[in-house]
Design a protein around this ligand. Structure first.
Ligand code: G
Ligand code: G
Ligand code: MN
Length: 384
């Protein structure tokens, strides 16, 4: 591995224990940390704990010779404590996989400082890309119901930067409010344009937990929507479970006011946070988004199937729409259809795209969704 690393143009620093890891982190500009789950004097979980403790933003890759479940769990653990896990690889490792990993490491950008982000927001360099949500319900099967707006920073030098690299910075530096207002404004302009073109598409916008502290939020969004001529019912605010947790009383107040003004609320990444049922019970959600980590495993893990079906039932019993995220394959699509999911989102239907690419995608989807529907019919007939 050290050889492949050096051949890829990096210096390799190797350790078999965690003793001086802090020193290594401080003294070198690491591009990537690679850990085996099992090492002679320290395990991968211990190492990740240490890394999270010093709040490193260096990406981490995990190797494991264990059964596939251990790395799955390790990866989820790493993410939950705030590490950026870029890849989990099963041993034995191929040289090709290592080369790909190290090539990726070269692309990692150094987190941009606050001023840079502030400048970018003012210049509207951060914009929404739009990922389609497709209906599974009988009355409008295969139709686009709307899009989720996902922030992308169009950096003049570095190209398109993903939100994982700047949303945390926006949150910690207090720029998230300004950024969100700007993105909402941008999103509303798009919805207004869709309306002018006769489309009934709705838009979902992600709301950071930090913003749920802001009592002015409901009035401000309502005002922006009114000014743009967009009905609040066309806008869904996606809130993560953990976000709904932070200050339950205040969150309840703000979200209920948004709901009363006609906006829809969606609970995002459901199943990955804590104390979810209490939030569902107390808050006026319209949609439950099943986290992609479960959806991606429904082909081969029975536990994931059970969880997804249970979450769909839970949503229905609470009169919420169930939306599955991260649908990448026809097999996942068909399975979710069988489970009675209401709508799906994922690369299978479409990736997040800039607004100007939507018309071409929509045309292509029109054709593709018809052939998918035919395949589903044939499958249903074959199943008897
Ligand atoms: O788009 P994806 O591909 O990389 O998004 C990564 C994460 O960033 C997701 O958890 C998503 O919810 C979050 N995210 C994307 N866009 C926004 C945004 O506009 N505001 C906030 N607060 N989070 C966003
Ligand atoms: O946390 P939230 O659900 O808002 O973020 C959605 C994230 O999922 C974004 O990073 C988006 O780009 C990503 N995403 C959307 N569809 C797929 C998919 O089919 N597969 C994968 N791997 N990621 C997806
Ligand atoms: Mn979301």
């Amino acid at each position: 591995m050290a050889r492949v690393c050096r051949d890829s143009g990096f210096e390799a620093i190797e350790r078999t224990d965690c003793a001086d890891i802090e020193t290594v982190l401080q003294s070198s500009r690491l591009k990537l940390i690679v850990t085996d789950l099992q090492m002679p004097d320290c395990d991968g979980i211990e190492l990740m704990r240490l890394l999270a403790g010093v709040r490193t933003d260096v990406p981490v890759a995990i190797f494991s010779g264990f059964d596939p479940r251990a790395p799955n769990t390790a990866e989820a653990f790493g993410r939950s404590i705030g590490l950026q896990i870029v890849e989990t690889l099963q041993k034995p490792l191929s040289v090709a996989a290592l080369k790909r990993l190290f090539r990726g490491a070269g692309d990692q950008v150094v987190l941009a400082p606050e001023e840079e982000l502030q400048r970018a927001i003012r210049n509207h360099e951060v914009r929404l890309h739009f990922q389609p949500k497709v209906s599974f319900r009988a009355e409008d099967f295969g139709r686009v119901v709307g899009f989720e707006g996902l922030a992308r920073w169009h950096h003049p030098v570095q190209g398109v930067i993903s939100p994982d690299r700047f949303i945390p910075l926006a949150e910690s530096s207090g720029l998230i409010g300004e950024l969100t207002d700007d993105l909402i404004q941008y999103g509303l302009e798009q919805v207004a344009e869709w309306q002018r073109n006769g489309e009934t598409w709705s838009l979902a916008i992600n709301i950071s937990p930090h913003i749920l502290e802001d009592r002015g939020l409901a009035d401000r969004i309502a005002q922006l929507a009114a000014r743009a001529g967009v009905e609040p019912s066309r806008i869904t605010l996606e809130i993560t479970e953990s976000g709904a947790m932070a200050d339950p009383t205040r969150t309840m107040e703000i979200l209920t006011r948004l709901r009363l003004k006609g906006f829809k609320l969606s609970i995002d990444d459901f199943g990955t946070g804590f104390s979810s049922l209490v939030q569902l019970y107390n808050l006026p959600f319209s949609e439950l988004k099943i986290d992609k980590s479960f959806v991606m495993d429904i082909d081969d893990r029975e536990e994931a199937q059970v969880i997804v079906r249970t979450l769909i039932d839970l949503a229905h019993n609470l009169s919420l729409q169930a939306c599955a995220e991260g649908v990448e394959t026809m097999a996942e699509w068909s399975q979710l259809l069988d489970y009675g999911c209401d709508r799906i989102q994922g690369y299978f239907a479409g990736r997040p795209m800039p607004a100007e690419d939507i018309p071409a995608w929509a045309e292509e989807w029109e054709t593709r969704s018809k052939s998918i529907t035919d395949m589903d019919r044939q499958r249903a007939a074959a199943d008897g």
